[in-house]
Design a binder for this molecule. Structure first.
Ligand code: FRU
Length: 512
């Protein structure tokens, strides 16, 4: 039986309907994502035996559209006292590893083994010769061991100019990433290191490195190094920072010198005890629930997108969230590119096009005046809203997403202070951890506050907000006690209009 069709799961109160969740038990980081022969593969950090972190193994699912998932058996189980920590997988097109059989390229997973008795972390391989169904651990594991307890999360890609595989991975406690090179995925040589730079309060984890096109500079491409920060990131707890620069096959060189005290980035942290390094960082997301993000490998050239998704949770409270029988959810898949603003390059994230298949239009309107309060009825826990706001007076504007009058999340756009604030203090169940009920803010002086675009996805227990084509994103989980009833726009200014407003109900991907 196709496990997607099991009826007993996916009907629970907080169960996301168009996001990926395991049927039951614990999940954290996405791992080993690759595309091969029409299938997107998603592996994930999984405890098959309980709803808290432990016995880490790679859970596995496949999809033809990144939305409708079929669960597959555990790909890589904990074994012989070694847990399977995060990592990546690549299609070894030329069988450089020699693991291939017949004329199909092997798929090779590169993961961190974590020896349980002493916490030692080393890099290991496993391979599959049947489109990622059956996985064999390499008999000579580990392939890279520097006798460290904080050496993890290898992301591997093919760098064609030097004809080498490149591995980027974290020296977590040292707040560094290292780059290694290999011709066969088995023997690895150290190429260079990067860090500490930018945000260094939390441990560095789950790095990724790739080249992205710049949407407003024809033909231009730049390299982006993304690094997860375990704690004390921009919204509190886990989050992701990125560096834009160049990579030459050996070394990553950031455009900005992040350690230079005079070099203050224009995105600054508001309303929170600040420290210089945090203020200068580029943040992938300003919400609390977008961690360990990693991109898909081997997306065909004909598609050409760089696609990623993140773990929609936060180490501050992930093990306490009020969901059962599963814990944690992945974000919607997103396409990422760069945009040049004020001589700097910023990451922009957009929900993937595929999501449009789930839409049924509820409302499509234009030229709506916002006289103090404008309310729109929704009555659905699965919806998408996109609007364009014209704000000639640059007055502050609040959008609330209500389940009752007292239960809501809100987004405040405050042009005077060039900041945007997301608030989930009254979002429903918040008391399972003291860090959960909170406000988060992004300050950005270069946004055009007179014309804003807001794009929102609500799915039972999450809200993802993309602002101005994804230059600022807030990703958060929420646990409302009742269904979402309305969206309210309120402002004290005059002349504010929604020049366009569309609302769609979204279909569940888990129904029969
Ligand atoms: C990030 C992380 C990784 C590690 C994995 C263990 O969330 O801590 O660094 O490989 O989770 O589950």
């Amino acid at each position: 039986m196709n496990p997607r069709k099991k009826n007993s799961f996916y009907k629970e109160q907080y169960r996301p309907q168009f996001h990926f969740t395991p049927e039951k038990n614990w999940m954290n980081d996405p791992n080993g994502m690759f595309y091969f022969e029409g299938e997107y593969h998603l592996f994930y950090q999984h405890n098959p035996f309980g709803d808290k972190w432990g016995h880490m193994s790679w859970g596995h699912a496949v999809s033809t559209d990144m939305l409708h998932w079929e669960h597959l058996p555990i790909a890589l189980p904990e074994e012989d006292g070694v847990m399977i920590f995060s990592g990546s997988a690549v299609v070894d097109w030329n069988n450089s590893s020699g693991f291939g059989e017949g004329n199909q390229p092997p798929i090779v997973a590169i993961y961190s083994g974590r020896r349980n008795f002493d916490d030692r972390q080393f890099q290991c391989l496993a391979y599959s010769n049947d489109k990622g169904r059956v996985w064999v651990k390499y008999s000579n594991n580990p392939v890279l061991d520097i006798e460290s307890n904080n050496f993890r999360d290898p992301k591997v890609f093919w760098y064609k100019e030097t004809k080498k595989w490149v591995m980027v991975l974290a020296l977590s406690i040292e707040r560094k990433v290292q780059f290694y090179g290999s011709e066969n995925l088995i023997n690895w040589d150290l190429l260079s290191e990067f860090g500490p730079e930018g945000a260094v309060e939390g441990v560095w984890e789950c790095p990724d490195l790739f080249q992205l096109p710049v949407i407003n500079e024809e033909g231009k491409k730049k390299w982006v190094l993304e690094v997860g920060i375990g704690i004390d990131s921009v919204a509190g707890g886990s989050g992701g920072q990125y560096f834009v620069g160049e990579f030459d096959g050996i070394m990553f060189s950031p455009d900005l010198n992040y350690s230079d005290e005079n070099n203050i980035d224009h995105i600054i942290l508001a309303d929170r005890p600040t420290h210089k390094a945090l203020e200068k960082c580029n943040w992938v997301d300003y919400g609390k629930d977008f961690y360990a993000v990693v991109s898909w490998s081997d997306i065909p050239k004909s598609d050409g997108r760089r696609l990623w998704l993140g773990w929609m949770s936060n180490w501050d409270y992930a093990q306490e969230v009020p969901t059962a029988p599963w814990r944690s959810v992945m974000s919607i898949p997103r396409e990422i590119r760069l945009k040049k603003n004020d001589q700097k390059y910023f990451l922009v994230q957009q929900p993937v096009e595929e999501l449009k298949k789930l839409r049924s239009l509820i409302l499509d309107d234009s030229n709506i005046d916002i006289d103090e309060i404008h309310s729109i009825l929704v009555s659905s826990d699965l919806y998408e809203m996109e609007c364009e706001i014209v704000n000639p007076e640059l007055a502050s504007l609040t959008i609330t997403f209500n389940s009752t009058d007292d239960e809501f999340t809100s987004l405040m756009i405050d042009p005077q202070n060039t900041k945007i604030v997301f608030n989930r203090e009254n979002s429903g169940i918040v008391d399972f951890n003291p860090t959960f009920a909170d406000q988060m803010s992004a300050c950005n002086e270069s946004l055009d506050y007179s014309k804003m675009k807001i794009h929102v996805f609500i799915d039972k227990s999450s809200i993802e907000i993309f602002i101005n084509d994804g230059i600022i994103v807030f990703t958060n989980v929420i646990y409302p006690t009742e269904i979402q009833k309305s969206i309210k726009f309120s402002s004290k200014g005059t002349g504010i209009k929604l020049s366009r407003m569309s609302l769609w109900k979204l279909d569940s991907v888990w129904k029969n």
